[in-house]
Design a protein around this ligand. Structure first.
Ligand code: UDP
Length: 470
């Protein structure tokens, strides 16, 4: 047939469900709405059951390529997740180059899309004569920070945490230095250098697509939508959230059954994303806090760890230990009337869509944030790593849809504080205010994704760029 004239887009997802899920959704949109075919490249090093479930549910005109494992054994074991992902992407350039070369013999490849940690692979695309595009699965605040990093780095004389004044990016909510992106917290670390490097590299993109929408960060959207010489045009095309997720995974159906029996807006969903873990001490406080709040909860429990930065999960797939063994003695028995625990993974979008769900203790990962907004569920922010702390600032101070938790001096959130905020969100006036605000954002997000809406229009413009021959 004339398959070869169909526009084809090649995409690279660096490890982590938070990167793969929105990129897969973008591919699905391009295929179903715009007549594209697509190839999605992932890394064999981090293949997991969950990743497999997502890849195998894709429509047939999206092909997948699993990139061969590259050795990371020379990277110091305490390196940040950002460093590992960046190095892995950079070392995969030869494999990506040959994969793209091969793709070009079968398809009209109109562009190559890399993600947050993958901008180095633009070199592979350029090598084979492909145009380069960037997809940011997080928000405009984080994109703005990265784009400004080369300049900030030149002027910075201390670490972010030592800054007396919050960091003010154009149009963005001011962010205290301590809450800035985790990998930028220590200037002497490799992770910091990688971020500055990526910030430079982003400018090599012809266009930057961002999984955010104007109303959730209006100031940043206004600035980044303006044309600025030397900076690629930015297109907010979100919220793209996970569709067609598989519920038949461990515990999936069971917790939806349980939700069916709970009153509307009564259940607090508690989850820390695909990579987040708590320390043993913190897990204990959370358990007692939930118990003494007397509210209903659905908690996705992970085995505790001292690092909690996601590396355990990215590189060891699903948790091997039984996480329930770490819950306080008798906890499940005492809370069985109003609490449900699931091990490691829940069908999150279905949980958030359920009418019984009334609040979300959320790590503020961006996909989870968008999912909760799309379903109108307010947040208690419990950020752990990556850009989650600055997201929490934006969601509480900017968007006004999140309560924040006070920490003790040693960083632990105490049970009393947890119980207080849980009650405030599910039962209190504050919860009502947040629920109204998130309902407005839900409405705005849905409008944007409709035919002729802002996000729909933004994607159509990028599609036109892809379809235009150069
Ligand atoms: N997720 C899920 N079940 C879980 C935990 C996570 O389905 O138990 C999904 C969630 O719906 C979201 C993604 O995994 O789409 C997590 O992405 P996010 O950006 O929120 O955080 P990250 O995992 O990257 O920290």
């Amino acid at each position: 047939g004339n398959e070869s004239t169909t526009p084809h887009i090649a995409m690279l997802a660096t490890p982590g469900m938070g990167h793969l899920i929105p990129l897969a959704e973008l591919a699905k949109l391009l295929v179903t709405k715009h007549g594209f075919t697509a190839t999605l490249m992932t890394f064999a090093s981090t293949a997991s059951k969950t990743q497999h479930a997502i890849l195998s549910s894709l429509p047939s005109c999206i092909s997948t390529i699993s990139l061969p494992v590259v050795s990371l054994s020379d990277i110091p074991p305490n390196s940040s997740i950002g460093t590992l992902l960046s190095v892995e992407a950079a070392r995969s350039i030869p494999a990506i180059t040959s994969a793209l070369k091969e793709l070009k013999t079968h398809h009209t490849v109109v562009g190559f899309v890399a993600d947050f940690f993958g901008a180095d692979t633009f070199d592979a695309a350029r090598e084979v004569g492909l145009r380069t595009f960037l997809f940011i699965a997080t928000n405009l605040l984080t994109l703005s920070l990265l784009l400004h990093m080369p300049e900030i780095d030149t002027n910075l004389t201390c670490d972010f945490k030592e800054l007396a004044e919050p960091v003010k990016l154009p149009g963005c909510v001011p962010v205290p230095g301590t809450e800035i992106l985790a990998s930028l917290q220590d200037r002497s670390k490799e992770g910091y250098k990688w971020m500055v490097h990526h910030g430079k590299k982003y400018r090599e993109a012809e266009v930057i697509l961002v999984n955010s929408f104007d109303e959730i960060e209006p100031g940043a959207a206004k600035i980044l939508r303006q044309h600025e010489p030397g900076r690629p045009p930015v297109y907010p095309i979100g919220p793209l959230i996970q569709t067609g997720s598989k519920v038949d995974m461990a515990g999936g159906l069971e917790c939806l059954d349980w939700l069916n029996k709970q009153p509307a807006n009564s259940v607090l969903y508690v989850s820390f994303g695909s990579g987040g873990t708590l320390t043993m001490k913190q897990m204990d406080e959370l358990a007692y806090g939930l118990e003494s709040s007397s509210q209903r909860f659905l908690w996705v429990v992970r085995s505790p760890s001292d690092t909690g930065d996601g590396s355990n999960y990215y590189y060891n797939a699903e948790s091997k230990k039984d996480p329930f063994a770490f819950l306080p003695e008798g906890f499940r028995e005492r809370t069985k009337e109003r609490g449900m625990v699931v091990s490691s993974w829940a069908p999150q979008t279905k949980v958030l869509a359920h009418e019984a769900t009334g609040g979300y203790v959320c790590h503020c990962g961006w996909n989870s944030t968008l999912e909760t907004v799309v379903h109108g569920v307010p947040i208690i922010a419990w950020p752990l790593y990556a850009e989650q702390k600055q997201n929490a600032v934006m969601l509480s101070e900017g968007a006004g849809i999140a309560l924040r938790l006070e920490k003790r001096g040693d960083g632990v959130v105490e049970r009393e504080e947890i119980a207080r905020k849980v009650r405030a969100l599910i039962k209190g006036e504050e919860g009502k205010r947040l629920r109204r605000k998130v309902a407005e954002l839900k409405e705005a997000a849905a409008e944007g994704m409709k035919e002729g809406g802002t996000a729909c229009q933004a994607l159509a413009e990028v599609v036109a760029i892809w379809k235009k021959k150069r």
